[in-house]
Design a protein around this ligand. Structure first.
Ligand SMILES: Cc1cc2nc3c(=O)[nH]c(=O)nc-3n(C[C@H](O)[C@H](O)[C@H](O)COP(=O)(O)OP(=O)(O)OC[C@H]3O[C@@H](n4cnc5c(N)ncnc54)[C@H](O)[C@@H]3O)c2cc1C
Length: 543
């Protein structure tokens, strides 16, 4: 062996040794809390993130207590009734897979908790219909049909359509390889990150790019770009500011693993979780607002509820936004300035405005087959976005969900229909004064209905309405306590696609919600819950 080779070998050994030492130190620094407590883990909030965390902990023998301020569990994934009609508050379609599909993502986690036995998931019949000037196209919820439909309209872009598919698949593969990165000790995580440019090349290439970059990279035709990127309305930003990553991952999940809904509304999934948690010996207390996390010597030792009661726990999981967590529940005095600075520097995404409609007509009988229609005033997502954010709902985009076309009889009796309209909005548009707010809401409800009537003319006739009820960012803020009624957590732009970690500066407090790293959405929030649970279980040495 030459001297040069010997030096190089010794250098490699030293680097390896340093990594091993760091790896050991990294794991050792994750201390278990030593205080005694009545519960292993208290979970604040029974949205999808909180419920999932509780179920994953309970199934591994942890004693859990979930607090939910509302009288039902679910957060955004709840239902409500008006007369004959049942409304799903939020869910259009859930990504993450379901029975009979590839075992990756969310469904694997449902099976791990046994919640899969409590719910019936079904695939939505159509993916979406996109309508904008000069284009009206319906796309099926699988790659084969999706690509065939696009190729029929844009045969000259046939290869580009295949290229887009391959990119989405590759990106998802890379994400699956990185899915445990959040659990790694410092050296292992550093090494994995260093290797990303070589091993997860699609992820590396697209992590700092936008959906607009992706569309420009794949396609030439502007109409085709607008059709393929239509689901920007599900992820919280117009395409030139939206991260390509979430778009590619969600598209691959929807088209390979299915776009799913829940029999009996998304409330059935939330209830299924609560039932399973109780079966496993956990407790779920509704109508209980948590007002404080008790911090002693830098460690969380329990919580205080609005009625003044104190409950002790070894760990806390917050299914809240990080603002409530840092400023109200923990208190700024216990948070390092750097964390607060980071929080303040991040941009929350937008909220939503919409209308729940119970109709006296059967839309299916009238020839409407779709369950999800996007009507866009403009082809350009930025123009639609800006109109909505100004409160000009007559000239934006609207997502029209015909729930009664999903094939579940829960929504309305025969001969009637349930429709929901959703648009982007921000809380600043909505006045504080109650009377002014009510007036504006009534006016905007009619504006949004008029926009949707461009594709469903039955919505022009007031005689067809039995129920007409609007919601605004204020409604969402009121029900979920998410700042500004934001339903997407931090805006998913290339500079903040990593959102906030599931860990917090208080070592035994974790966060699992829209705002954390596995992104937002009904499926992703359950993954956030699993991640928070997993970090606690790792700390406890439980596989
Ligand atoms: C209209 C609408 C349509 C949507 N459509 C879709 C869709 O089609 N597909 C999709 O995947 N996603 C959709 N989403 C987004 C999805 O619903 C959310 O991303 C997800 O449900 C958020 O879950 P979460 O875990 O962050 O908790 P949240 O749903 O935000 O729930 C948090 C819970 O914590 C409780 N809580 C907060 N603070 C406290 C406290 N101090 N004490 C006690 N309890 C507390 C709240 O009451 C609430 O129940 C939609 C959302 C909305 C509003």
């Amino acid at each position: 062996m030459s001297q040069k080779q010997a030096i190089s070998k010794s250098f490699s050994l030293i680097v390896l040794l340093i990594f091993l030492v760091f790896a050991v130190c990294g794991c050792a620094s994750q201390k278990r809390p030593t205080h005694l407590a009545d519960y292993d883990v208290i979970i604040i909030g029974a949205g999808m993130g909180g419920l999932s965390a509780a179920a994953h902990l309970a199934v591994k023998g942890q004693k859990v207590l979930v607090f939910e301020k509302h009288f039902i569990v679910g957060g955004s994934t709840t239902k409500f009734k008006r007369g004959d009609f049942t409304f799903d508050v939020a869910l259009h379609a859930m990504a993450g897979g379901g029975p009979g599909k590839m075992d990756r993502g969310l469904f694997q986690l449902l099976k791990a908790t046994g919640v899969d036995k409590k719910v019936e998931l079904y695939e939505v019949p159509h993916f979406y219909r996109a309508v904008f000037p000069g284009v009206d196209i319906t796309l099926p919820p699988n790659w084969e049909g999706f690509k065939a439909e696009l190729k029929k309209q844009w045969p000259q872009e046939s290869q580009s359509i295949d290229k887009f598919h391959v990119l989405c698949e590759d990106l998802f593969g890379d994400l699956m390889e990185l899915r445990d990165l959040f659990r790694y000790g410092r050296a292992h995580a550093t090494l994995t990150r260093v290797m990303v440019p070589l091993r997860q090349r699609t992820f590396f290439k697209w992590k700092d790019r936008t959906v607009q970059d992706l569309m420009d990279h794949c396609f030439n035709d502007e109409d085709l770009k607008a059709v393929v990127s239509q689901l920007w309305v599900f992820y919280g930003a117009p395409i030139e500011t939206q991260s390509a990553l979430i778009f590619m991952a969600a598209t691959e999940s929807y088209l390979s693993d299915g776009a799913w809904h829940v029999k009996g509304t998304s409330q059935a999934l939330a209830d299924g979780y609560a039932e399973r948690i109780r079966e496993l010996g956990g407790e779920v207390k509704t109508r209980t607002l948590v007002t404080k996390i008790i911090i002693e010597n830098g460690v969380a030792t329990g919580v205080v509820t609005a009625d003044g009661k104190r409950y002790s726990a070894r760990y806390i999981v917050a299914n809240t936004d990080p603002y409530q967590l840092a400023y109200t529940l923990i208190g700024k005095e216990h948070m390092p300035a750097a964390y607060i600075e980071k929080l303040e520097s991040m941009r929350p995404a937008n909220s939503l405005f919409g209308v729940y409609l119970g109709l006296s007509v059967d839309l299916k009988e009238r020839g409407y087959e779709d369950s999800e229609i996007f009507y866009n005033t403009y082809r350009d997502s930025r123009k639609n976005y800006d109109a909505m954010m100004k409160g000009d709902f007559a000239n934006g985009a609207v997502a029209i969900t015909i729930y009664t076309n999903l094939g579940d009889p829960v929504y309305a009796p025969p001969g009637k229909s349930v429709v929901k309209l959703d648009a982007y909005s921000e809380i600043a548009v909505w006045p504080k004064d109650r009377e002014a707010y009510r007036k504006l809401k009534d006016q905007k409800v009619d504006e949004l209905i008029a926009l949707a009537a461009n594709v469903i003319p039955e919505l022009k006739d007031p005689k067809n309405f039995i129920i007409k009820e609007g919601y605004t960012p204020k409604t969402i803020e009121n029900y979920t306590k998410n700042k500004g009624g934001v339903v997407y957590g931090f805006e998913l732009s290339p500079d903040q696609w990593e959102k906030m970690p599931n860990t917090t500066p208080v070592s035994n407090v974790f966060i699992a919600s829209n705002w954390t790293q596995a992104w937002h959405g009904v499926g992703s929030c359950q993954i956030n819950g699993w991640r928070a649970a997993r970090l606690i279980l790792d700390r406890e040495g439980i596989e």
